[in-house]
Design a protein around this ligand. Sequence first.
Ligand SMILES: [Zn+2]
Length: 352
Amino acid sequence: MSSPLSLSNDSWAARFQALPKAELHVHLEGTLEPATVVALAKIYGDALPESAVTARYATRDFSAFIEAYKWVTSYLRAPRDYALAARRLCEQMLAQNVVYAEVTLSAGVMLLRKQDVEANFCAIREAAEPWESRGLRLRWIFDAVRQFGPAAAREVARCAVGLRGAGVVAFGMGGDELSRPATEFREVYDYAAAGGLHRLVHAGEIGGPDSVLDAANILGAGRIGHGIAAAADPKVMALLAERSIGLEICPTSNLRTGALARYAGRADAGMPDHPLPKLFRAGIPISLSTDDPAMFDTTLTREFSTLDEMGLHKPEIMSIAEGAFRGAFLPEGDKSTLLRAFRAKAESLGLL
Ligand SMILES: [Zn+2]
């Protein structure tokens, strides 16, 4: 057993920052930094100080988070707004040395607002394209909103399947996990799978371990967003490990949406222990993400520093960093190439 290696150690933190990284759970809409929101609001005649955005972002429970999310996405009204968001996302990714990311787009919200999903997506892709040559590879996930129901989700899945050749790799579902049972969405997920897409579900975030089980057994999820509630049931943990169903864990998000307090059975927003080490040591594939980095005032590197605070050891932290590449929805050959580059750089930095 190696000794814990602090990310707060400057040299290790600097080397870790230089490491090529992958991120699998990040919402484009949640990457809108206050300055970008101010610029978008100005287009639509709202003079908004940055402090107003920061105040909206300072959430401590799930309903406040959903309200803030609804509010900020209300300024994404045209393809050019999405293009601006995509450019900022790429800048943030490269600043973190992220070389591969699967970015979630709230297609369910676009459809609710009667927007043209394909036009938004084209603008996003076009805006992100110049960054591809600078070493950032992006794939896309179209997300339905659970509380909008199965008919709306079906429409998102239809758009996602139609754009599969343009870089959409998965159909997912976020929103209020407690609003509707998984069974209502089985047909939609079957349709997405038949259309060649991977399946993702936000589950076990504010719901219990049964929600994770339903995501795996009823919806056929290949990975699960959050899934921290699985730690409350050894049988669910065993199932995830056995089937190699990965969990995309976002520690700061769990704190800021109140999910962690809920998992720990505590009403206050204190600092209960995060179940990540338990899930990881149970053999479940774990990757680390920011979820909504601007809203939660975090970065991927900062998320990794929380692993150190949780008492994980250096080889475990490196295994989780590598886990995002292993869990990517990419062909095996592409994944191997990225993994080789990750390991080579990690070795040259003295991190492996
Ligand atoms: Zn999410």
